[in-house]
Design a protein around this ligand. Sequence first.
Ligand SMILES: C[S@@+](CC[C@H](N)C(=O)[O-])C[C@H]1O[C@@H](n2cnc3c(N)ncnc32)[C@H](O)[C@@H]1O
Length: 362
Amino acid sequence: MNISIAEGEYQFARYPETKLVSLQAWNAADELALSYLSELPIGTENMLLYEDTFGVMAIHLHDQHPQVIIQARSQAKAIAKNCFANNQNQPTLFELDSVVDPVRVATVKVPKSADLFELYLQHVHKNLAEGGIVVCSFMTKYFTQKLLDIASKYFHSAKQTKAKKKARLLILSTPKPVEHSDLVRSIPLAGYPNFRQFYGVFSSGNIDYGSQFLMESLRVGPDETAVLDLASGNGVLSAFVLKQNPHAFVHLVDDSWLAVESSKMNVPATSAQFYWNDCLENIQEQSIDLAISNPPFHFGHETNIEVSLSLFEQVHNCLKPKARFVAVANKHLNYVVHLRALFQHVFISNENEKFVVYECRK
Ligand SMILES: C[S@@+](CC[C@H](N)C(=O)[O-])C[C@H]1O[C@@H](n2cnc3c(N)ncnc32)[C@H](O)[C@@H]1O
């Protein structure tokens, strides 16, 4: 059966919301996976869904009561909103460290990060029932040999379907007897001998150059004790702040569960509070002396600054009257226009050919 989501009975909205009308909540890869599942001879009980960003798969497959792996807080919110809008009960959501019922059928919408793909495959490999299969869906332009190599590491059988509307499936079955390891990368960082992060966290293998550039010029004052690390990733900026001011207390906020769990390995819990969230609802208004950020401008394969602009507005509310917000960004994003609309004082405290550091005060 060929499933067309646009012509179906459900309505899907994106969360985070976007003004870009070209961005949809699904693509041909989802339709191809749903069509394939509708023709499966085996039952689709005990389904597990990965990277179902907006709940499109969970809602279409609600009769099978799928379990859904949640990587981003925004994903959980998107699924809740779309379930509500379509009068559906919410599926059961799990984080990646959860033990789930043995899985008969898993779907993986192949993420942008090959590391995250491996993390998903290792997780499903651990939880797959005998005879279970994994249906990976992707747009052909994003598929690489590396993804196939990862799949072959965990499964004897990796068969690709024919492409349809520029999407394709990779069907994995017959798990190999692979030993599971912690999918953690060590990140070289002078002065931090054991800096680490899970696979699938931003800037795998090295500290992001933008963050390095921010740290070159950032000096934390002795009175800057209540610090917000917005979009904190592996926690590198918080670790740096605590080195400069050991009396500081850092609040780390990130949408990615893997990022938050990584930062817990790098930033001492005695000086930090970790928030797995996509907004600043947990941070008190006017409570922060210094906010720092290397804000996100990608959402999966899409480049989009809407999330950052929303976070900038929220940061403004959290700052004490004399506090500052220091953010690094790629020059071409030209955040200065947006920051000036929010903050009274915005100046460039450092720049090179690629990055700019903005310092903003109310
Ligand atoms: C450019 S990375 C910076 C990470 C880290 N500060 C570093 O320097 O390596 C941006 C981070 O923003 C996070 N992110 C994306 N959307 C977010 C949101 N709405 N709220 C909080 N964090 C978000 C991503 O998960 C990612 O870890």
